[in-house]
Design a protein around this ligand. Structure first.
Ligand code: MCA
Ligand code: AMP
Length: 520
């Protein structure tokens, strides 16, 4: 007779399922020859390819001696293999650490020192530089993987057979470490667990009504929450196909949309599409869903899009630390200027400075709680503790209000953050690089409205008396050597002094007002 309760068996079942990969695996199509990724040109990779290639990566990386919990830092271009590598790391219980290929040497040094990865996968063109960085670090394993799927990692994996027993993990084991900058200017690694990722994926899959036959047109980068989790996880849970584009390009989107049903973008994608007269109803004839996030979608963009296509963009709101928190509804009114209501399993509240919940339609700080909320910042327990309230809510640093129907509007940010084309830039980080340039006495970095990027980074600099020969071009050139291009100010202004309040703090609001009309 079976005992009424078998805790060992129960635990084992729970743990096996805890690996995010297993959740996807259960939902693969019956025939593994079905397409998973279509690549431009019409060729495709199947779910069987996914299973085999991810198994090879998992076998190879563990064969190097990497153990569950070790980090694998990945700085490569977008490709199907990049996605298989991510899934291979999940299967092996390794922590996947995606990094923007635009990061320069100084940025990479920081990530390598902070995360101490056991292996780095980079572009072939970066191999020498990476080996040089490894010389002074305990980093032994460096392999390459290029946009065309070739590289030393591919060569090393070729002889390996495509079978791997996906490793057992606990739900709160870390699956991914994603760095997000901070007001201090030092990026922090957000530890996202298998449970964080699968609860959020399931919530989105359900909320957005994924169905048989859905095809995602994927144009986002694979090194952020939006492109990697929100987009790919929905497809994997659906067991259907995505068209994986190497990057966002208006002409390719317009020619590919008729083959798709779902598209996800940052607001810049939509303003660029609308700027092309070829984009319209005919392009979107099979589309059932366009979503937007990562930055505020202007009401004007929502309205123009509806007028042009007859479809309403569904805006949602999230963060690296939390995944997605709120979404406008699939059925029911999508309210422009709002990010909708909390997703199932997510609690959202808006509080005043004393952390008391405010009334409807009152602006306050937005806090969230739920299984989607991350485990904490990598090796920063004190910083983690600071960001959580006593009752377990995470302080997002976003300013918001909720209406009587529960729709949330993000109205600003308490954190000093610029979002340019969906990419986050923390002024403090740029200021710290600017202040090291010869001739710079002090600097302030702000975001100003920009028609393409939503916000653009600009720098306001006070020169030292001996720094009068410093020019805008000189500052921009110096920064381009040090940091990723998207963080480099689009314009630089020289002023005799920065406005400060009585506490000596730079009054960025005054600077934002003064330079607001620049880029329009
Ligand atoms: C590229 N450049 C930029 C940006 N992107 N400058 C400012 N802001 C940007 N976002 C600069 C490059 O440095 C380069 O300058 C020049 O523009 C051309 O580069 P290229 O790569 O060709 O640009 P692009 O292809 O036009 O890229 C713009 C883009 C891209 C398509 C909007 O940035 C993009 O895909 N953004 C999406 C980001 C994203 O996925 N965010 C989600 C984060 P130079 O030649 O001078 O060097 S996840 C998130 O925020 C949360 C969780 C959420 O809610 O989703
Ligand atoms: P990240 O650090 O890349 O995770 O960016 C998260 C931040 O992006 C949030 O804290 C918000 O400030 C912003 N964000 C994301 N989605 C939206 C949205 N739909 N509207 C306004 N801001 C957003």
């Amino acid at each position: 007779m079976t005992p009424p309760h078998d805790p060992v068996k129960k635990t084992r079942v729970r743990i096996v399922k805890a690996n995010l990969y297993n959740l996807f695996r259960e939902r693969f199509p019956e025939s593994l020859t079905d397409a998973f990724i279509e690549i431009p040109g019409g060729d495709y990779l199947s779910y069987g390819d996914l299973e085999r290639e991810s198994a090879r990566y998992a076998t190879f990386l563990t064969g190097l001696g990497l153990k569950p919990g070790d980090r694998v830092a990945v700085q490569i271009e977008k490709s199907p293999q990049a996605l298989f590598l991510y899934l291979g790391c999940l299967r092996a219980g390794l922590i996947y650490l995606p990094l923007n290929p635009a990061y320069r040497r100084a940025e990479m040094e920081y990530y390598l020192d902070d995360a101490e990865p056991g292996a780095v996968i980079c572009r072939s063109s970066d191999l020498d530089g990476m080996h040089e960085l490894a010389r002074t670090r305990a980093l032994q394993h460096i392999y390459s993987l290029d946009a065309n799927g070739q590289g030393s990692l591919t060569e090393a994996c070729q002889p390996i057979d495509g079978k791997y027993n996906t490793c057992e993990v606990a739900p709160d084991d870390i699956a991914v470490l994603i760095y997000t900058s901070g007001t201090t200017g030092r990026p922090k690694g957000a530890m996202l667990t298998h449970a964080n990722l699968y609860t959020n994926a399931l919530a989105l899959h359900q909320a957005w009504g994924w169905r048989a036959g859905d095809v995602l047109l994927h144009a986002l980068p694979l090194f952020h929450v939006h492109g990697l989790f929100v987009a790919c996880h929905c497809v994997l849970l659906n067991g259907t196909k995505m068209i994986l584009l190497p990057k966002f390009d208006v002409a390719t989107i317009i020619s590919s949309l008729p083959k798709a049903t779902v598209f996800m973008g940052v607001p810049t994608f939509y303003t660029r599409l609308l700027a092309d007269p070829a984009f319209g109803r005919e392009t979107c004839r099979h589309m059932r869903l366009f979503t937007s996030g990562s930055a505020p979608l202007l009401v004007q963009t929502f309205d123009e899009f509806r007028a042009r296509t007859g479809l309403e963009i569904l805006e949602r709101y999230g963060m690296t630390e939390t995944g997605m928190n709120t979404s406008n509804p699939l059925e029911g009114p999508r309210r422009p200027g709002t990010v909708g209501t909390p997703l199932p399993g997510v609690s959202v509240r808006i509080v005043d400075e004393r952390e008391a919940e405010v009334q409807a339609d009152t602006v306050g700080q937005l806090q969230v709680k739920g299984d989607n909320v991350f485990k904490g910042y990598w090796r920063l327990p004190e910083k983690t503790a600071e960001e959580f309230t006593a009752d377990g809510y995470f302080r997002t640093g976003d300013l918001a209000r909720k209406d009587n129907d529960g729709y949330v509007s993000i109205v600003g940010r308490a954190k000093d953050l610029i979002i340019s084309g969906g990419l986050n830039i923390y002024p403090k980080e740029i200021e710290s690089y600017l202040d090291k340039i010869d001739g710079v006495l002090e600097s302030a970095v702000i975001g100003v409205p920009h028609p393409d990027f939503g916000e653009a980074v600009i720098a306001i600099i006070v020169r030292k008396p001996e720094g009068t020969s410093l020019t805008e071009d000189g500052v921009i050139a110096a920064l381009k050597n040090l940091i990723a291009g998207f963080k480099v100010p689009k314009q630089v202004f020289f002023v005799p002094g920065l406005p400060r309040n009585t506490m000596g703090k730079v009054q960025k609001n005054l600077l934002r007002d003064r330079y607001a009309d620049l880029s329009s």
